[in-house]
Design a binder for this molecule. Structure first.
Ligand code: ADP
Length: 491
């Protein structure tokens, strides 16, 4: 089969969070299983060019229809650690992708509506006819809309779309100018509850809703989150749309790339290790302490790695920090915030805790340090408010770093409480789960984890090994996507 992913991220060249990991890891596994995969991405000025090999002109003069005119684009092509990627670079005064950041611009709706249009136009004029176009998140929600309303009539009638929602929070809510810009000129037709009209604001369009309505298949990134999206508030108003389209909606758990997130081959960490030599994990702990100037003592290291965002339960992250210090543990945080108030809050904490030998706060994005923390920490805390899948707990498990998670979304599909999970026998349990959003709940999980480390080290090691035994690689999820693509192309 021939699959084209269209996305706003692909790790490590463009990575803001899990989306980048998923696009890369899934593509690699699908290719390993004998299929052809290409990835279309925006050419951001700030992406990691050092991760692209053989970057060259693939299509010099791509003229993308935009409003009543066209925007001249170049399409570059190169290999990102073996994946063939096409990067779209528009030459216009809008400088859509020359903003020094990936997201967070006032005209994000227009930037990604343009990217969607350009990606389709590129497929069309370069005569690429994939079996399945795999789109991701709101940034590419307009692709199936344009495919079925426009490009289908120009010879792209056989292409099927799989649409994966990684986060319902951002939906691309926009006004009618997007229709005019992309050539979907019939306002009345699209401002319809059955098409793109937002479910709550009748004067707005919703790109993610368009993706759901027009795609051949829609999924989110874990079975439990798929259930939550339909029956609770986490789909931010799209529950009814999912209900209407339930026959083509499901959840497929993400995987982690076994060549990148694997302590046996990880080149970012000083001591590679596996389940049989956890002593070498202890050496990484020492290296982490040296790197972050933490005191060498008999305490576990509790870590948090992730965006500092309300979704991630920042209040609980903050509480976990002080609670860990109070309970005779060390705490390491690696995170970046886009919201100024959260950023200021954690900057203040960093300043305040600067001389504390038991804790370190690293504010920013640092891939290499993330690897060392996964390897060196003993416990990883993921207290999310909601979590479509979550990669950090799966990476933690692989690295023998015991997860303490809130029981939501993909966290509940991957972490099974050591003391209370009645669905798994004891030897299959791998971490600690709490359910409520208050401090007591978090403490109930963290206290058990820290206590086990201090007072029952053999039990703690057993739990680490049980976690390492889980295979959360892309092997199984990729097979599910392949079966899905195969089903779609025969539809
Ligand atoms: P989300 O996609 O919601 O951000 P996930 O848990 O699915 O969360 O994926 C997070 C990914 O991003 C993981 O690979 C994690 O290691 C990485 N990550 C998050 N924040 C940082 C950071 N500040 N520095 C380095 N890596 C980070």
């Amino acid at each position: 089969m021939y699959i084209v992913h269209i996305a706003s991220e692909c790790a490590p060249v463009i990575k803001a969070g899990g989306l980048g990991d998923v696009v890369y890891g899934l593509s690699r596994e699908i290719e390993n299983q004998g299929h052809t995969v290409e990835i279309i991405l925006p050419m951001y000025d700030c992406m990691r060019y050092d991760h692209i090999w053989g970057l060259h002109d693939a299509y010099k003069d791509l003229f993308v229809p935009w409003y009543d005119s066209t925007i001249h684009c170049s399409v570059f092509c190169g290999w990102v650690h073996g994946r063939l990627c096409f990067f779209i670079q528009p030459h216009s005064e809008d400088h859509f992708f020359d903003r020094g950041c990936y997201y967070g611009q006032e005209d994000d709706n227009m930037r990604f509506a343009f990217f969607s249009k350009a990606a389709l136009e590129f497929l069309f004029v370069s005569n690429k006819r994939p079996d399945v176009i795999h789109c991701h998140d709101w940034q590419t929600g307009l692709i199936p809309v344009m495919l079925y309303e426009m490009y289908k009539w120009h010879g792209m009638a056989n292409q099927r779309v799989c649409y994966t929602i990684h986060n319902f929070k951002h939906q691309g809510i926009c006004g009618k100018e997007v229709l005019k810009a992309t050539g979907l000129n019939n306002d009345e037709y699209y401002f319809n509850y059955d098409r793109l009209q937002d479910n709550f604001n009748p004067f707005a369009l919703n790109m993610m809703k368009g993706g759901i309505v027009y795609s051949n298949h829609v999924n989110t990134v874990s079975p439990h989150h798929a259930w939550e999206a339909r029956y609770s508030g986490v789909s931010y108003g799209l529950g009814h749309t999912l209900e209407l389209h339930h026959y083509k909606f499901n959840g497929i758990l993400n995987g982690i790339d076994r060549n990148i997130w694997n302590p046996e081959v990880d080149t970012f960490i000083p001591y590679q290790y596996n389940i049989d030599n956890l002593e070498d994990k202890a050496k990484n702990k020492k290296a982490l302490r040296e790197r972050l100037l933490l005191k060498e003592n008999k305490k576990p290291i509790v870590a948090y790695i992730g965006r500092l965002d309300r979704q991630k339960g920042v209040e609980l992250v903050h509480h976990a920090l002080y609670y860990s210090l109070h309970r005779n543990a060390q705490f390491v945080l690696l995170g970046s915030a886009t919201e100024a108030s959260i950023n200021n809050w954690f900057c203040h904490e960093k300043y305040y805790l600067n001389n504390n030998p038991d804790c370190h706060l690293e504010l920013g994005f640092n891939e290499e340090l993330a690897h060392l923390i996964y390897a060196g920490a003993d416990i990883i805390v993921v207290p999310s408010d909601y979590e479509p899948c979550g990669l950090t707990q799966m990476i933690g498990l692989k690295y023998g770093t015991v997860p303490v998670v809130r029981g939501v979304g993909g966290l509940i599909d991957t972490v099974f409480d050591k003391d209370n999970d009645l669905n798994h026998p004891e030897e299959k349990r791998n971490g600690f789960v709490f359910y409520q959003t208050d401090y007591n709940a978090l403490e109930s999980g963290l206290e058990r984890a820290i206590g086990l480390w201090h007072y029952f080290p053999k039990e703690f090691e057993k739990l680490q090994k049980q976690g390492m035994n889980y295979d959360y690689s892309w092997k199984n999820p990729a097979q599910r996507y392949i079966d899905l693509y195969d089903f779609l192309r025969h539809k």
